[in-house]
Structures are given as C-alpha cells and as structure tokens.
Design a protein around this ligand. Structure first.
Ligand code: ADP
Length: 405
C-alpha cells in the first residue's frame, strides 16, 4: 500500500495542508492540497487535486470547528477515504520556532512538545497555533508519527556574529538571539540550486523570499551565513503588514508618548505597518502595482530600496555575491518589483533581461552578466514532506515499526 505524508501548516484561524504519496524510489508526489479557514467564525474546507480539480468545498457552523485541532480532525476525516480508509503514515508540521537547540527536524513527544511550548514568548502569534494540533494528535493518536520542521533550523549553523545582538550575554543565554526565519524556504532553494543552476550552487547567493512575510538570506556553500530577520519575524524587510527594521526608539515612543500597551504595540507592529501602513491602501503588492496613488508608489519604492540595501549587507556577510535569487509570492510573480530591485543593484553587476523577466523565466539576467539572477519557486511543503520521509526511513532503519492504525 502506498505510504502517505500529511504536511500541516497551522495558523491562527486557518490550517493549510498538503498530502504527499511516497512513490517508487521514495519520490514524493503531491496528491491533495487544501485549507480550512475561518476556524471559529466561518469554517470552510477547500481541497483540490494536484491538477487543481476541486475535491471538497464544505462549511460547518462555527461551534463545530471552533479550534485548530477540530479543524485538523475535519481534514483527516476528509482525507481518510481518499487513502483507502487509512490514516497518513506521518504528519509533518511547520513550526516557526525551534529555539537555540533545534537545528533539524524532530520527532514529537510530549517532552519535546513541552520544550517547544516554552518558546511561545519568542513567537507569540505563531508558536501556539503551530503546536496545538501536535498536542491534540499526541493525546488522541500517540502512535501516529509526527515530525516538527522549524523555520529557524536552517539558520542555526550561521556564524556566531550573525547570532548576536549587542546586549549583555545573560540575555543571549536566555534566548535573545538572531534566529532568522523562512528557513524551510531557503533550505529548499539551496537544495534546488544544484539542479537548476549548478554553476553557482556552491557560491555566495543572496536569496530574497518575498511573500506576505518577507526576508532575505545570505547562502554560501549551501549554508545560511546571515539573514534579515532576527529574534522575531518582524525585523529586516518591510512586509505586507509588518514594518521590518525599526529603531527600537520608535517602540519606546509608542509606549511612552502614545501610551499604547504592549499588546497594542504588538498588534500594531504585526497588523498595521509595512506596505499597508505606509501606503494606507493595501498590504497586497498586486493592489499597489495597480494603483495610481503616489502613496502606493512610495510603499513599493521603499520595499525595493530596502531589498537593495540588505543585498549590500548580506553580500558583505559573505565577502561578495555570485548570484541573486527571487522566490515566494511576490518574488515569483511580480516582474515590476524584480525589475526595480535589479535596477537598484546594477552598480553591483546585476543586469536584467526584460524579456526573460516578463516571462518569469528561471534566469532573468542578461547573458554573460557578472552576477546572474534567478527566479526559483519555493516549496516549503515539499521540504517538510522530505524531512518527514527521512525521519520515517531513519526510524525504520533503527527498528521502529509503529503503525498508524
Ligand atoms: P505567504 O507568506 O502568505 O505564504 P506568498 O508567498 O504566497 O505568501 O505571497 C503572498 C503575496 O504575494 C501576496 O500578498 C501578494 O502581495 C503577492 N503576490 C502574489 N501574486 C502576485 C502577483 N502576480 N503580482 C504581485 N504580487 C503578487
């Protein structure tokens, strides 16, 4: 019987999921993709096949799907008939924070879950939502293999200087460090490079992950050297609704002069800043590109300006740059943003091929350019499924034979 892996990405009011089948030679094939959103308000499950045929579009009263674990139950109940009445052989979870110690995926046990729950203050908006379904499954189906894959893990090997803030060591010891995020995306890109651009895969590469969350990473020899996010997923580039790099003095100003509470400041920084705050129009780059309002242009200029500034910073971290990669929603689909970024980096040796850029081609730089530039679609879910399969195989090798019945 074909083995399957369910990848789960649980947020505050939605669960995104993808089901992979393990084919011949352990090739992972995406079978089903879907999400439950409106958890607790207007719960709705939509699922499609890998060919985008609709498999499910179901709604429930809010009381029936009031929590993330309840939504995962609905997902599993929907998937079971699709896989011969069985449960998936393993669940692979996206978990935002692995703290200082988790540099690779880990099999979930209650003890490890408790450790990860202690990291909630480091990612208050994400960590509890990521962990809630893991706890529910551990309680109800303890033999179902669950693997946590961390957004921080890829950066754990970065140099010590990249891990530090200039604050007393005691704070570093208790975990106030520069972690970096979007690690599953960067790891995927690092693994794809030898296939799609072998000539630069071992070089010094700046990768810009530009989605609703956005960050950049310096990858040298396939490893993270530094990135634009730090202690939380708020630093670095401006994002849809987060400001990116901000003088801590601004936060003090909000607290003391505006009399905002810490909770209000947190809400403000996560939800009302970034492209949305600066433009006063939208957090979505598509809307800003379509707008003729000068505030939309200002927000997009700020975005591409900061990407160019951070390219300089990350190139300095590696002592140079051999290639540039765009990925994620904006990076993969917005030629105008890529063009603006590359124009700002011409001084560094980047040159755009307008035609290739308009087509979202793999290589969008002019032939013979000193620093080639690529568009590589990311696939964090495939990365999670790959890690989960590796853990499954290691356990089999080590003699674990638990079955998820
Ligand atoms: P998430 O971080 O939610 O996974 P994605 O990587 O899917 O985000 O990126 C979502 C963002 O990508 C949207 O907010 C939107 O601004 C942007 N985006 C998607 N398609 C386009 C497009 N064709 N042109 C410009 N921006 C786009």
């Amino acid at each position: 019987m074909t083995e399957t892996i369910l990848v789960v990405n649980a947020g505050s009011s939605s669960i995104k999921f993808q089901l992979f089948a393990v084919g011949a030679g352990d090739r992972l094939e995406r079978m089903i993709k879907g999400q439950v959103d409106g958890i607790g308000t207007r719960p709705r499950l939509v699922a499609v096949t890998s060919q985008r045929a609709i498999l499910a579009d179901e709604t429930w009263p809010p009381s029936e799907v009031a929590t993330i674990p309840a939504a995962l139950d609905k997902v599993i109940a929907f998937l079971r008939p699709q896989i011969g009445g069985n449960l998936p052989d393993a669940l692979g979870h996206r978990v935002v924070h692995g703290g200082p110690h988790y540099a690779s995926p880990v099999v979930m046990t209650s003890a490890i879950l408790s450790e990860l729950e202690k990291l909630t203050p480091l990612a208050p908006l994400h960590q509890p939502n990521n962990l809630a379904p893991i706890r529910a499954v551990l309680e109800r189906r303890p033999h179902l293999l669950q693997v946590a894959c961390f957004d921080t893990a890829f950066h754990r090997g970065h140099p010590e200087l990249a891990d530090r803030y200039a604050i007393p060591q005691s704070l570093y010891a208790e975990g106030v460090r520069r972690y970096g995020f979007h690690g599953l995306s960067y790891e995927y890109i690092a693994q794809r490079l030898p296939q799609v651009a072998p000539q630069i895969s071992n070089g010094r590469i700046v990768v810009a992950h530009l989605g609703s969350g956005a960050s950049m990473c310096a990858i040298a020899g396939g490893k993270s050297m530094d990135s634009t996010m730090g202690f939380t997923a708020m630093d670095g580039l401006p994002m849809g609704t987060r400001p990116g790099q901000l003088d801590p003095g601004v936060v003090l100003y909000l607290l003391t002069e505006k009399n905002m509470t810490a909770d209000a400041v947190q809400d403000f920084l996560y939800k009302d800043c970034g492209l949305k705050g600066l433009s006063g129009i939208s957090n979505d780059v598509r809307n800003l590109l379509a707008s003729t309002d000068p505030r939309a242009a200002l927000a997009l200029n700020y975005f591409t300006y900061r990407i160019a500034l951070f390219t300089g910073m990350l190139a300095a971290a590696m002592g140079g740059i051999d290639a540039f990669v765009f990925t994620a929603g904006i990076g993969e689909n917005a030629p105008a943003i890529r063009e603006a970024v590359i124009r700002r980096l011409e001084w560094l040796g980047l040159r755009l091929s307008s035609q290739a850029n308009k087509k979202n081609a793999l290589c969008i730089s002019r032939k013979g350019t000193k620093i080639p530039c690529f568009v590589i679609p990311t696939d964090e879910e495939l990365m999670i499924a790959t890690h989960t399969l590796q853990v499954m195989r290691k356990r089999e090798y080590a003699g674990f034979q638990e079955k998820s019945a």
